[in-house]
Ligand binder design. Structure first.
Ligand SMILES: *Cc1c(COP(=O)(O)O)cnc(C)c1O
Length: 374
């Protein structure tokens, strides 16, 4: 494939020497969990998200689960309450909610941003809705005045799913006055899955928040429920991060801004060069910083289009072909959901173009020409 959709080996190649050096440091230190690397990573992630606290954990799904369970154990959420989530998201957002004994209420997204539609969310509010989970899908901040007002007016906890958007910045201030995703709401879950913009060499994730009690609760829950060694204040889990992964992430993190800028430059080339009546390109918002976890177009005859691109050496992928409410595991539990026409339409038409290394701006120009000529 001339233009692979994704090659993790090539994506990590520029950092290989640094990664090896950092891994060796951990191996030689003899300290493999909850050590210096984890502590430094937490400080650095909190700084990027403009939050006071960060707890590094095992993966992104656990970050979201622990956040919800943390709020439950603090008495700020209770089992059976409802959480509004976008209908068009990676299933982990919804899994975290149902796993915590809360009820996911699916909300159709906006056509333009593909992010949660605050107007439609307002229609879903009732006395049982206690929280809302905006997902910064594909690296575009999902936050606006309307969403903020809705959360404040109904006293909702705002838990961001920031799995796809570390380093992104909204044009509208969050409830704490900062603009970085992860710090816009009350708490956020982050994923460091290898394909994410800040990817580990295995599983990892983090919770960020300004709420000291939540941070302490999540930290305890992730470590058997203990607040200190052999002292368990909660019935917890083991959701720790490895020192090796923390070290890998610190290397990658030192390059995150330039890597995100690189993706934005490629997205700009695509947007300026792709020109077809049957293709909708994603919006680049001047006032925000988008980090382009995926560059997602919408196309009429997706199967044909994918196949022709493949034949011409362009790898593509679909995020996501089946929305959570159409997955067999949720047939029963999400039965009463409202109609989700935009979600289902997106699932039928979205197509992700290559944007990660080794793709360059020149490659994007070539790929756009191939697309225009189909
Ligand atoms: C990747 C992802 C998750 C889950 O993260 P993992 O680290 O894979 O557990 C959750 N939500 C969204 C939107 C994601 O993209």
């Amino acid at each position: 494939m001339k233009y692979p959709f994704l090659s993790l080996k090539q994506a990590n190649a520029p950092f290989e020497e640094e990664l090896k050096h950092a891994a060796l440091g951990v191996i030689e230190s003899g300290w493999y969990l909850h050590g210096e690397q984890t502590e430094l990573l937490e400080q650095e992630i909190a700084a990027i998200c403009q939050t006071k606290y960060c707890v590094a954990v095992s993966n992104g799904l656990d970050a979201l689960r622990l956040t919800l369970k943390g709020y439950i154990s603090l008495g700020l959420l209770s089992e059976g309450q409802k959480v509004i989530v976008p209908g068009n998201t990676f299933i982990a957002t919804v899994l975290a909610v149902s796993d915590a004994g809360l009820t996911p209420v699916l909300c159709d997204p906006r056509e333009d941003t593909m992010g949660l539609d605050a107007g439609k969310a307002a229609d879903l509010i009732d006395d049982d809705v206690a929280a809302i989970m905006p997902v910064h899908l594909y690296g575009t901040p999902c936050w606006d005045e309307q969403l903020k007002e809705l959360a404040v007016a109904h006293n909702l906890l705002v838990i961001e799913d920031n799995a796809q958007a570390i380093g992104a910045e909204s044009d509208v201030e969050g409830i704490n006055g900062t603009r970085r995703t992860g710090g816009l709401g009350h708490a956020a879950g982050i994923s460091f899955y290898p394909t994410k913009n800040l990817g580990a060499l295995g599983d990892a994730g983090a919770v960020v928040t300004n709420d000291e009690r939540l941070a302490r609760t999540v930290r305890a829950l992730a470590n058997y429920g203990s607040d200190r060694r052999y002292h368990n204040i909660m019935q917890g889990y083991n959701c720790r991060i490895d020192e090796i992964q923390a070290a890998m992430l610190r290397v990658k993190l030192s390059h995150l801004d330039e890597e995100n800028a690189r993706r934005d430059a490629i997205a700009k080339v695509y947007n300026e060069s792709i020109c077809r009546p049957d293709v909708i390109t994603p919006t680049r918002f001047d006032a925000m910083r988008q980090v382009w976890h995926q560059y997602v177009i919408r196309v009429e005859n997706r199967n044909d289009f994918m196949q022709q691109l493949e034949e011409q050496g362009v790898g593509t992928d679909i995020h996501y072909a089946t929305p959570p409410h159409l997955q067999p595991c949720y047939f029963e539990d999400l039965e009463g959901h409202t109609a989700l026409p935009v979600t289902e339409d997106l699932a039928d038409h979205v197509l992700s173009l290559p944007i990660a290394r080794p793709i360059t701006e020149d490659d994007a120009r070539q790929i756009a020409q191939i697309i225009n000529a189909i």
